[in-house]
Design a binder for this molecule. Structure first.
Ligand code: OGA
Ligand code: MN
Length: 297
């Protein structure tokens, strides 16, 4: 696939790293999006997996309206994290909605801290989301970069031993895994569990737009791999986790205020680097609801 920079009638797309990621200029998310520019953005997304739109001084409503050009915005299933004011906004924030910094002991902050491990959003759903758009409202300086890894390249580089372990196999994605990783997170109630049962997805998937194969795992949710014991599962997921983080697959985004980063959850994973908990970090995310099940490849 070409990684060349492109300029269309409307937008300029500049590749950031050989791994993935491009910066897009010429879009104002406060304005209506015409069909041609929308298609140019989709093409750039398919080619680059992660798009960075600098300087988007958007309100939450404008953020949601822009997201709607690409699909239905997801409404998060938990009361915490979901914005009380704009339900389509998922608050990736250590500051509450009244503007107060929350301590690291706060359950929301604890849960969000798990995004410091590689994952792909809402993979615990039968039909996982398409992508996410994260807006830097108050960005951190002490850390808090968001790293993205190209799961096509990961798949293509897997050594044969790992390839044999993942090809044709499924793994389980369980939202309830979070409390097993972070003991202070409350286990799901039986009702929550019934509403969000674990799901099985192929570990190698085909992208519905590009047609390319990628590894599909989401280590913060993966608790079982078909045919493997608990120990073997953990060893495999841990090994894949490390492999996915190799620098040749990764772009690390250092945030500026009002960057919007749009990533494809069908062929990337992401994680945030640690930051000083005394520093405010307010990031607002919308998520594009999935329209089709994960297709095995
Ligand atoms: C997310 C996420 C990373 C970050 O928004 O889905 O994992 O940089 N956030 O906070
Ligand atoms: Mn995430």
């Amino acid at each position: 696939m070409s990684v060349a920079n492109t300029t269309t009638s409307r937008i300029t797309v500049r590749r950031i790293t050989p791994a993935l990621g491009a910066e897009v200029r010429g879009v104002d998310m406060r304005e209506p999006l015409d069909a041609q520019t929308r298609q140019d953005i989709l093409d750039a997304w398919t080619a680059n997996l992660v798009l960075v739109f600098p300087g988007q001084k958007i309100s939450d409503e404008e953020h949601v309206a822009f997201t709607r050009y690409f699909g239905e915005p997801e409404i998060f299933h938990q009361k915490i994290i979901k914005s009380q004011r704009t339900p389509e906004i998922f608050r990736v924030s250590n500051v509450d909605e009244d503007g107060k910094l929350m301590p690291t002991s706060n359950p929301t902050v604890k849960q969000l801290s798990l995004s410091q491990m590689w994952h792909t959003d809402s993979s615990y759903k039968e039909i996982p989301c398409v992508g996410s758009l994260l807006h830097g409202v108050e960005v951190s300086r002490s850390g808090g970069q968001t790293k993205f890894t190209n799961m096509y390249k990961v798949y293509e580089a897997l050594p044969e031993r790992l390839l044999n372990l993942v090809e044709g196999r499924k793994c389980r994605h369980d939202f309830g895994m979070l409390h097993r990783l972070e003991a202070t997170i409350k286990p799901l109630t039986p009702e929550e569990r019934a509403a969000m049962p674990p799901v099985w997805h192929p570990m190698v998937r085909r992208h519905p737009v590009s047609g390319r194969k990628s590894l599909y795992i989401s280590p913060i949710y993966n608790d079982e791999v078909e045919g493997l014991s608990a120990e073997e599962t953990k060893a495999l997921i841990d090994e894949l986790f490390d492999f996915c983080g190799r620098p040749e697959f990764v772009y690390s985004h250092s945030w500026e205020t009002d960057d919007v980063v749009m990533w494809d959850n069908r062929c990337t994973m992401h994680e945030v680097t640690p930051y000083d908990p005394a520093e405010r970090r307010v990031m607002h995310r919308t998520t594009i609801v999935g329209t089709e099940p994960v297709v095995a490849a």
